[in-house]
Write a new protein. Structure first.
Length: 94
């Protein structure tokens, strides 16, 4: 099975690129993984966890992106997604 890894920052440019990734994965009848990695600022000394807030917002944005993906995928094409905190280069290299 052919697999496509699509990192996104939820920008307009990423949305445009996602359209091309969907078109391509439909052609090859492959598997699409949509991933967003947010960089956590670490401890800020506040009572509110910045990491938890960033994760919550990223998960919310990912849900909107996945709704778009689901409506455009061809029959037989599979997908998954994940949201992780950390250094994008290290997370994506795994």
């Amino acid at each position: 099975m052919k697999k496509i890894l699509f990192p996104t920052d939820f920008s307009k440019n990423a949305d445009n690129a996602l359209s091309y990734a969907i078109e391509y994965v439909n052609q090859i009848k492959g598997h699409l993984t949509v991933v967003h990695v947010y960089e956590s600022p670490g401890s800020t000394g506040s009572y509110v966890s910045v990491d938890a807030y960033m994760r919550k917002e990223a998960v919310k944005q990912m849900a909107g992106t996945i709704r778009k993906v689901q409506t455009k995928l061809a029959k037989g094409v599979t997908f998954d997604r994940f949201v992780k905190g950390g250094e994008p280069v290290h997370i994506l290299a795994k």
